[in-house]
Ligand binder design. Structure first.
Ligand SMILES: C[S@@+](CC[C@H](N)C(=O)[O-])C[C@H]1O[C@@H](n2cnc3c(N)ncnc32)[C@H](O)[C@@H]1O
Length: 200
């Protein structure tokens, strides 16, 4: 069962409600997604919200599509992304395979995570990219489901941009610089999500 009431109610101000600096956050996320993909790759973004990330990925030249269960969120997203965004749940299957599938801040919505990851594997040619909160969901279990669903190479790194706060520029730059380093993951014990990139 899908309940999107919470999101329906805030759709018009979703990005400013959920992010301290949404454009900066989406830009950083889009940059890391782009680094994983071939130029112009097709991307299907589940639980895409108001299309904030989509606008950035489209501007970077990707063939972006989004799907979200909330009618009001889809209406807001369509203002800038048109029919690239459709209303649908996590059971949605695109009409054609896509190069990459993404799902941000929403994997926990899947009632059966492994089955959902298998579903994505069925129509995703190259990459699955998602984030999750490692304090709420044990990384070992999440990554075991990713592998069991057929994703072979799995890479994990912290995403060190705060969602609801803004750090002084030099500190933020330092965090971005250390993101790929092995020890940086320790920071996610207290804050920040993990970003996962898996190959089909
Ligand atoms: C936390 S927001 C994440 C939005 C966006 N991905 C982001 O990172 O800002 C969760 C989104 O999931 C959508 N949603 C909730 N249940 C869903 C479902 N079963 N299938 C698809 N989307 C769903 C909501 O409407 C909302 O837009």
């Amino acid at each position: 069962m899908t309940s999107t009431h919470k999101y329906d109610a805030i759709a018009e101000r979703y990005s400013e409600h959920d992010y301290a600096d949404a454009e900066r956050y989406y830009a950083r996320r889009a940059k890391l997604v782009a680094a994983q993909l071939a130029p112009g790759a097709s991307i299907l973004d589940f639980a895409c919200g108001d299309g904030g990330l989509g606008r950035h990925l489209l501007a970077l030249g990707f063939d972006y599509r989004g799907v979200d269960a909330s009618g009001p969120m889809v209406r807001v997203a369509r203002r800038s992304l048109g029919d690239r965004v459709v209303q649908g749940t996590l059971e949605y299957t695109p009409p054609e395979p896509v190069d990459a599938t993404t799902i941000f801040r929403s994997l926990y919505l899947a009632p059966d995570r492994r089955a959902f990851l298998e579903h994505l594997h069925g129509f995703t040619r190259a990459k699955l990219i998602f984030d999750f909160d490692p304090r709420a969901h044990a990384p070992r279990e999440v990554l075991a489901d990713v592998r069991a669903a057929g994703w072979r190479r799995v890479e994990v790194r912290p995403f060190l941009t705060p969602q609801r706060g803004k750090l002084p520029g030099p500190l933020q730059a330092l965090l971005h610089a250390i993101e790929p380093l092995p020890g940086a993951r320790a920071l996610t014990r207290v804050r920040f999500p993990l970003l996962v990139s898996a190959s089909a």
